[in-house]
Design a protein. Structure first.
Length: 307
């Protein structure tokens, strides 16, 4: 017989996926990274509106399958990050090797061959042709309808923090904080010293790293923070960003008034492998991280700017 006692808690979400969309990454590849590039607008389908027909094709593929395909000629490489079973174990390997050569050089990737990527039409597989020496491999990756095209909202017009620094400085700070084995990372920013602080507490202790914009050598190339605030993020999400962090030259750290964190990394590609020598070989990787519920942005009204 069913219980007649009232339920202590009940909630309905329109989409369970929204509850798990806490970290999202974007990779922007410039035209100069490719030897050839061609794009043709797809023909509109009968069931499409005129507005939808103008949108570029969007599809979904398996990321592990794509990575294995691109590394098909270097599966025997003994680099630590390719040996790891747990993707977060790579955090330790990259921390130990963050001062190594360009991670996008031919020697680091273990392959100096050519890669051709093509996508014929909606519903077609993503075709990848890899050529090295006299060996050519063709791979077709199954494409799927994109499950969601929604982004984590980020208000660029209402920023609580905006700063640019060398990515190595941020990577060193995260590396030091990781030694406490924390579950959360707290970000505090203020228009006065110490300006920006990262802190973490775990079973092995606690640690805080301060970034002073007046320090010599210069740590923060630009710094904008209208009011003091503090917000907290899951450290597991920060660890997922670390691979891009140690590979990048610079990072733009931004936080909107809702506490959403944007980390945009500028990554330089090996200049010896430039498709167009006269142009810059750079790529941008942007991560957006949602704050923890108890760590949502909170302005400290008790703080004043009196000095």
């Amino acid at each position: 017989m069913a219980s007649t006692n009232p339920c202590l808690f009940s909630a309905v979400s329109p989409a369970a996926r929204d509850l798990t969309l806490l970290l999202r990454s974007f990779v922007f590849l410039s035209r100069s990274l490719f030897t050839t590039w061609s794009y043709q607008d797809p023909e509109a389908r009968e069931d499409e509106s005129a507005e939808d027909a103008l949108l570029p094709p969007t599809f979904q593929i398996s990321l592990p399958a794509l990575l294995e395909t691109l590394q098909i000629f270097s599966l025997g490489d003994s680099n630590a990050f390719r040996q790891q079973q747990d993707p977060y174990d790579a955090f330790t390997a990259f921390r130990q090797n963050r001062n190594a050569n360009n991670p996008f050089s031919a020697s680091a990737l273990g392959s100096s061959g050519l890669c051709r990527i093509s996508y014929e039409s909606r519903g077609s597989p993503l075709s990848i042709q890899l050529s090295e020496s006299d060996v050519t491999t063709n791979c077709d990756l199954t494409t799927y309808e994109a499950e969601t095209t929604e982004d984590i909202p980020f208000d660029r017009e209402s920023l609580a923090l905006k700063t640019i620094m060398r990515s190595a400085h941020l990577a060193d700070a995260i590396s030091e904080l990781a030694s406490t084995n924390p579950t959360s990372l707290s970000l505090t920013a203020s228009p006065t010293a110490p300006y920006m602080s990262l802190s973490a507490t775990g079973p092995l202790g606690s640690a805080t790293v301060d970034f002073n914009k007046d320090q010599d050598p210069l740590l923060l190339e630009t710094f904008q923070c209208p009011a003091r605030f503090r917000t907290t993020y899951n450290f597991r999400h920060i660890k997922a960003v670390y691979r891009a962090m140690v590979s990048a030259t610079k990072v733009s750290v931004r936080t909107d008034e809702q506490g959403v964190l944007s980390l945009q990394f500028l990554i330089e590609v090996d200049p010896t492998a430039q498709a167009e020598p006269g142009k810059e070989g750079i790529a941008f990787v942007d991560f957006r991280i949602v704050p923890e519920v108890d760590g949502e942005l909170a302005k400290d009204d008790s703080e004043t700017d009196d000095e």
